[in-house]
Write a protein that binds this ligand. Structure first.
Ligand SMILES: [Zn+2]
Length: 187
């Protein structure tokens, strides 16, 4: 699995692209929801403490679960009257699906290899033939710490530029819309 840094960067990128104005861009709740959705599929690592079995990379790592989460969130956001609930729910679903995509693209050394990406249509495990990210060790010895530092640095090399491009695009869009509002307001 990639590190939480990689998943967080994908969540932030989705948040930037889904924000309509500066208020949404700075809203800690919207940031929390989207970045949280990019991280939360790995909660299945904790299910081991319930029954002792490994549940990692199963149902929570699927497009089906991402869609289910988005639909549930849309209802919840509408009930609590959040601004643009459907867009926020779509951002949540996209960030969740982004987690699945990243896990498809990383080196996996813990069986079962791959993720249950197409659940509930298929309960097979899928893995991209082309791998972009390294694995993350789950122990705390120095070898694993060194390896994880290199893996996380590589994730930043790949994903920070994507976030910066999204940020630049959003800033340009916001600049244009503010200019339009300004020219409308001027006599
Ligand atoms: Zn994962």
């Amino acid at each position: 699995m990639p590190s939480p840094i990689a998943h967080g960067l994908v969540g932030l990128t989705v948040h930037v692209l889904a924000s309509r104005d500066r208020e949404e861009l700075r809203d800690p709740w919207r940031i929390g929801v989207t970045v949280g959705a990019a991280l939360v599929p790995d909660v299945d690592l904790l299910f081991r403490f319930v029954d002792g079995a490994n549940h990692h990379n199963n149902e929570t790592h699927s497009i089906g679960f991402a869609m289910l989460a988005a639909v549930t969130a849309a209802v919840a956001f509408r009930l609590v009257r959040w601004r643009r609930p459907v867009v926020l729910a779509l951002a949540l679903g996209l960030a969740w699906a982004g987690h699945v995509l990243l896990d498809l693209l990383n080196l996996d050394t813990h069986p079962p290899i791959g993720v249950m990406a197409l659940w509930p249509i298929s309960d097979g495990y899928f893995k991209s033939p082309v791998l972009l990210f390294l694995d993350i060790g789950r122990t705390l010895d120095w070898t694993a710490v060194r390896h994880n530092t290199v893996s996380a640095a590589w994730e930043c090399v790949v994903l920070v530029p994507v976030l910066l491009v999204a940020w630049r695009y959003r800033m340009r869009q916001l600049g244009r819309s503010q200019w339009r509002e300004g020219s409308r307001a001027s006599p």
